[in-house]
Design a protein around this ligand. Structure first.
Ligand code: EPU
Length: 347
């Protein structure tokens, strides 16, 4: 059982929070995962600690304290073609593959469907958990199936798309399946005859600026990366986990009240309700660019909380709570965090 003890997770979370775990394991394939989780020495080690945490790229987690126990990193690599026609390709991708590496790989093969999801930090295995989305596309659109390891039963299970129960930044794995499954690979169905999604945000405008009239998926990918890097901080430079909050969904009564006070409030229809950008609410409440020690609200995108260097997870959490409280007082809207907050189970 090769592993590290008293291991710093600073390089293993995009917020760059300096916490430790007692034991750090990494597995590189499905067999190794099963062997480890069924090894009696591992089982008794696991039972001796209160915490057991599985991570991928750790790009959507805020560590507020040390992990009193085991961290297991899923490092399963590989991209394999399972089925190919003139219209589409189905590829199986290991959970440990870096998300943007996979996007670049797909774009280079001229496989379409994920170009709008370019430059998102994190791993392939984490993508279905919160159903990553950007620029009008959610990953659920291209997911065929998810393979996962059932921790209690010690066996592999396959989930088709319906069984994943995808929603806005939601899935079975974030709800009932939380802590019960470890995603090992994801099957994607990608196009060879592409349908581009250019309606959202600045994509069209940016393509026009570059004089691109008939964009390829490679051009869309480039433009998305350019838009993202113009307003989202790079985790290697400033620690962050992307959007800290979800965009709230409000009913028509609240929407009307909001619109009467703030006619400029951006929003879009979401079923019978409306989705309002949390970034707008936070900016309007005056938090954009705010800093308290090394914990801050990003100056270009208020939805992103940042670690300017040595902030602790507790400091960032405290700032997020102040923002939530203030937004609620000013607009009557409760913001829910999109990032997972790690709290130790202690002993
Ligand atoms: N806005 C402000 N102030 C801000 C930020 C945004 O007024 O500080 C306004 C913008 O002017 C715009 C609206 O809010 O009218 C929407 O902004 P943007 O297009 O930047 O998108 P978002 O709603 O803030 C969502 C996702 C992002 C994704 C972008 C682009 C969520 C929680 N966030 O952000 O996802 O990249 O759309 O599609 O849905 C992530 O999940 O980590 C993430 C970055």
């Amino acid at each position: 059982m090769k592993h590290n003890t008293q291991y710093s997770l600073k390089e293993h979370n995009t917020f760059g929070i300096d916490v430790r775990c007692q034991r750090y394991f990494s597995v590189e394939n499905e067999k190794a995962l099963q062997n480890l989780l069924t090894d009696p020495a591992f089982t008794s080690l696991k039972e001796s600690y209160p915490d057991f945490l599985v991570i991928g790229g750790a790009s959507n987690i805020l560590f507020t304290e040390d992990v009193n126990g085991i961290v297991l990193k899923i490092s399963i690599e590989g991209v394999t073609i399972k089925e190919e026609t003139d219209e589409y390709v189905i590829v199986r991708v290991g959970a440990g593959v870096e998300w943007h590496y996979f996007v670049e790989f797909a774009v280079a093969q001229d496989w379409g469907g994920i170009e709008n999801l370019s430059c998102i930090p994190g791993s392939v295995g984490a993508a279905p958990i919160q159903n990553i989305g950007a620029y009008g596309v959610e990953v659920s659109r291209v997911i065929e199936a998810v393979d996962a390891y059932n921790i209690a039963l010690n066996e592999f299970e396959r989930f088709n798309k319906e069984e994943c129960h995808f929603g806005y930044r939601e899935s079975f794995f974030k709800m009932q399946g939380q802590c019960r499954y470890i995603i090992t690979s994801v099957d994607f169905k990608l196009t060879k005859k592409h349908v581009l999604h250019l309606e959202y945000g600045a994509i069209k405008e940016e393509l026009k600026n570059l004089n691109i009239e008939n964009p390829t998926i490679a051009a869309v990918s480039r433009v998305v990366c350019a838009i993202r890097s113009s307003k989202l901080p790079q985790p290697k430079q400033i620690g962050n986990a992307g959007s800290f909050f979800k965009n709230p969904v409000v009913d028509s009564v609240l929407m009307e009240r909001l619109r009467s006070k703030h006619p400029d409030v951006p929003h879009h229809v979401f079923g019978r309700d409306f989705k309002v950008p949390a970034g707008w609410l936070i900016e309007k409440a005056g938090w954009k660019g705010y800093r308290e020690g090394d914990a801050g609200c990003h100056e270009k995108q208020a939805l992103v909380l940042v670690n300017h260097g040595k902030a602790t997870g507790k400091e960032i959490l405290a700032l997020s709570k102040k923002i939530q409280k203030d937004v609620f007082q000013k607009f009557g809207i409760q913001l829910a965090s999109e990032v997972n907050i790690f709290l130790s189970n202690h002993q």
